[in-house]
Ligand binder design. Structure first.
Ligand code: PLP
Length: 349
C-alpha cells in the first residue's frame, strides 16, 4: 500500500513529494569543494576581465602536481571537448576507432561523423578491457580508446595492460586513456607520467566527477605538444575565470580526493553488497558507478525509479537488463535502496 511504501522510503514522508535525486549522470550532488566555492565568490567581481593570472596559476599548479611540463597540457571546458577533438583529428575513412563494449559512447557517435569505423571489442568476463584483442583488431586503427575506470562498469584496466597496449597498438595510432573517473579508484594507476616518453599517448581528465564541478566545465588533455597542436587546430573553447580559480583551489585541497574517494567507495561497496545479497549481479566497480543485473527491462526500471524521485542511469546496447547506477551520498544510497525495493515489488510512487 501507499502508506506501507512511505514507511520504507526515506524522503516520502507525508504528502510532500521528495526531492528528486540524480543517480543517473555520474556526478556528485555535494558539488564543488568549500575552498573552491570560496574562491569563486572572491574572484567573481573580477570577471569583467579575461582570465590571466587565474589561468596561469591553474596551469602551474596542475603542471607541478602532474609532473609534466605546461606545454604537455591543454585546458578545455570539460573533457568531452578534447575527446571529440581527438576523435575528429585521429580517426577518419582510413583510420578506425577501437573501443571496449560497453564503454562511454561519445567517441562511437563522433567517429562516424568523420568517416571513421567503430570497432567494439567485448570486455573480458571480469569487466576489464581486452587489450590484446583491442590491439589486434585493426592495423589501421586511428585511436585505441580505454576509459579507466570504465564508464559504465566502473572496472579498471591495470597499468600492466595499458603498458601492453602502448607497446602493441597499431603503428601510428593514438592510445587515448580517458581518466575521467581515475580519482575514485585505489588501484587504477594514472599513466600521465608516461606521456613525456610516449608521443602516441593522450590522457584526458575532468573536474566533472570527483571534484563536483560538472556545471563549472573544466577538463584537460595531457599529451606531447605535437599531438595537442593537431587536436587544437580549430581551438577547443575557453574556460571561465571563476572556473579556473575553483580548479586551482580544488587541486590545492589535499583532503578532497581521499575523503570523497572514501565516501564513494563506502556507498558503492555497501550498495553492491546489498544488491548481491538480493541475488543481483553487479559489475566489479572501483568508480562512482556500476551496472546491476535486474532481470527486466532497464528502461521500465528507470521510469519506475523516477516515480520515487530517484533518477538512475540508462542501459547499454546488449546489456538491456543492466542499468547503470551512480553512487552518491549515504542518504542518496538509502533512497536508492528504498525505491529499489518498491520498484522490484511492482509499486510506483
Ligand atoms: N569521459 C567520460 C568517461 C565521461 O563519463 C564523461 C561524462 O560523463 C566525459 C568524458 C565528459 O565529461 P565532461 O565534459 O563533463 O568532462
Amino acid at each position: 500500500s501507499r502508506a506501507a511504501a512511505q514507511d520504507v522510503a526515506p524522503g516520502r514522508v507525508g504528502a510532500a513529494k521528495p526531492e528528486v535525486i540524480n543517480l543517473g549522470a555520474n556526478t556528485l550532488s555535494i558539488g564543488p569543494a568549500k575552498s573552491a566555492l570560496q574562491q569563486i565568490a572572491e574572484s567573481a567581481p573580477d570577471s569583467g576581465g579575461y582570465p590571466g593570472k587565474e589561468a596561469r596559476d591553474f596551469m602551474s599548479t596542475l603542471s607541478e602536481q602532474l609532473g609534466v611540463p605546461e606545454d604537455h597540457i591543454s585546458v578545455y571546458p570539460g573533457s568531452g571537448t578534447p575527446l571529440g577533438l581527438a576523435v575528429m583529428t585521429f580517426t577518419g575513412p582510413e583510420r578506425s576507432l577501437v573501443t571496449a563494449d560497453p564503454t562511454y559512447e561519445q567517441s562511437w557517435r563522433t567517429a562516424p561523423k568523420v568517416g571513421g569505423k567503430v570497432i567494439k571489442i567485448p570486455q573480458r568476463a571480469d569487466n576489464s578491457h581486452d587489450v590484446q584483442a583491442m590491439c589486434a583488431a585493426d592495423p589501421k586503427a586511428g585511436i585505441v580508446y580505454i576509459c579507466n575506470p570504465n564508464n559504465p562498469t566502473g572496472a579498471i584496466t591495470t597499468r600492466k595492460d595499458i603498458e601492453y597496449a602502448l607497446a602493441h597498438k597499431p603503428a601510428g595510432s593514438i592510445l587515448l586513456i580517458d581518466e575521467a573517473y581515475i580519482h575514485f579508484s585505489d588501484n587504477a594507476a594514472s599513466v600521465v607520467d608516461l606521456v613525456p616518453t610516449h608521443p602516441d599517448l593522450l590522457v584526458l581528465r575532468t573536474f566533472s566527477k570527483l571534484y563536483g564541478m560538472a556545471g563549472l566545465r573544466l577538463g584537460y588533455a595531457v599529451a606531447q605538444p605535437a599531438t595537442l597542436e593537431k587536436m587544437n587546430f580549430y581551438g577547443g573553447g575557453s574556460v571561465a575565470l571563476t572556473t579556473f580559480v575553483a580548479g586551482t583551489a580544488s587541486l590545492r585541497d589535499a583532503k578532497l580526493v581521499p575523503e570523497r574517494r572514501k565516501m564513494i567507495a563506502k556507498g558503492r561497496n555497501e550498495t553492491i553488497a546489498w544488491l548481491e545479497k538480493k541475488g543481483h549481479r553487479c559489475t566489479k566497480s572501483e568508480s562512482n558507478c556500476f551496472m546491476v543485473e535486474i532481470g527486466r527491462d532497464a528502461k521500465e526500471f528507470q521510469k519506475a525509479m523516477a516515480t520515487w524521485g530517484v533518477m538512475v542511469g540508462r542501459s547499454w546496447p546488449g546489456f538491456e537488463t543492466w542499468p547503470r547506477i551512480s553512487v552518491g551520498t549515504e542518504e542518496e544510497m538509502a533512497r536508492f535502496r528504498a525505491a529499489f525495493v518498491q520498484v522490484m515489488a511492482g509499486r510506483t510512487g
